[in-house]
Design a protein around this ligand. Structure first.
Ligand code: ZN
Length: 132
């Protein structure tokens, strides 16, 4: 089992069902009218359990990153990043389609989602807009 591949839980299953279909989905709190991330059983702001899943735009900006030179499994350096989704929530992800060097990773750069298969799990990753 690859420790870098997340295992769905009841709270996160709708997210993974979305990535398998090439769709980035977010849990939205119905009373707040706002999405949040990571998925939880209740809204982190108001505590409501009235949650519905909606497709996000897939657009985001780069907020923070590290370049991991010792990825699991061993391979090319991996960019581990926090991106801010257009809808507001932040998400930890990998940045792809860009050289893993600081010169090519500008904070606030525009990103868009893509989906990559890792050991049978479809993961949401982000790359520069227009990079695929
Ligand atoms: Zn709420």
């Amino acid at each position: 089992m690859n420790p870098a591949v997340p295992v769905p839980t009841p709270e996160t299953l709708p997210f993974w069902e979305g990535t398998a279909m090439g769709e980035l989905r977010l849990p939205w709190c119905v009373p707040c009218g706002a999405p949040f991330f990571y998925p939880r059983r209740t809204c982190p702001d108001c505590g409501s359990a009235e949650i519905e899943w909606r497709a996000a735009s897939g657009r985001a900006t780069l907020q923070s990153y590290i370049i991991n030179h010792r990825p699991i499994p061993a391979g090319d350096p991996l960019i581990i990043a926090i991106v801010k989704l257009e809808e507001g929530p932040r998400m930890m992800t990998n940045i792809v389609n860009v050289e893993p060097v600081p010169e090519d990773l500008t904070l606030d750069m525009a990103l868009e989602v893509a989906f990559v298969d890792r050991d049978g799990q479809s993961l949401a990753v982000f790359g520069p807009v227009g990079s695929w």
